[in-house]
Design a protein around this ligand. Structure first.
Ligand code: ADP
Length: 188
């Protein structure tokens, strides 16, 4: 298996098999590799008490050495943990150890619309209507709360076991501080 298939990069140090949230003492068992993004590696994490399975987004602190990288991570956590909606990936908790920051998220086992699009090539009109409604509901909720996601793309539109759409990855999200504010940050 290549480094990219196993989800490891040369600068990444291995993630322990058992991950412990020091504030609650909840222990999670690391399971299947789910995927990786610019910074994060995601694994299934099973709460050893409840047996509930989550998606654990794990970011190596070696990738967070610059001040602006730390601020982006803090901003992602602050925004994501504050939003709760049927069509947004639920943020349950976060913690850190010496090596990594861990974010415990709702598991979306059917991956994202990107994989669905690659596999299927075409999405039918009724399916599009079904997904669009859920995206619009989630965006309406975010905008009502003065949050803009700024990275809506197929790979960030996740699907759970019931094929419900969930917007995820708040890495580029920001708050609009006043009505009519124009952000100038270049995104993507
Ligand atoms: P980054 O912020 O570093 O780009 P992502 O949030 O895109 O990281 O996550 C990386 C990959 O992990 C995704 O492309 C996806 O394959 C997987 N992933 C992320 N969140 C979830 C989730 N909630 N459920 C299942 N898989 C996920």
């Amino acid at each position: 298996m290549s480094a990219s298939q196993s989800g490891s990069r040369k600068e990444d140090i291995p993630i322990p098999d058992i991950v412990i949230d020091p504030s609650t003492n909840v222990r999670y068992m690391r399971g299947k590799f789910l995927g990786k993004g610019g910074f994060a590696r995601c694994y299934e994490l099973t709460d050893l008490n409840t047996k509930e399975i989550y998606a654990g987004k794990i970011v190596s602190k070696q990738l967070l050495t610059k001040q602006h990288q730390k601020e982006k991570m803090t901003q992602e956590i602050a925004i994501h943990r504050a939003v709760h909606h049927q069509h947004i990936v639920e943020f349950y908790s976060f913690f850190e150890d010496d090596q990594n920051v861990y974010i415990i998220l709702e598991l979306c086992r059917r991956r994202s619309l990107m994989e669905m699009h690659k596999r299927r090539k075409a999405i039918t009109e009724p399916e599009t209507r079904y997904f669009m409604r859920q995206i619009v509901l989630a965006c309406q909720y975010l905008h009502d709360n003065r949050i803009i996601h700024r990275d809506l793309k197929l790979g960030n539109l996740f699907l759970n076991d019931d094929m419900e759409l969930k917007i995820g990855d708040f890495g580029l999200a920001t708050r609009v501080d006043f009505e009519g504010e124009r952000k100038k940050t270049l995104c993507g």
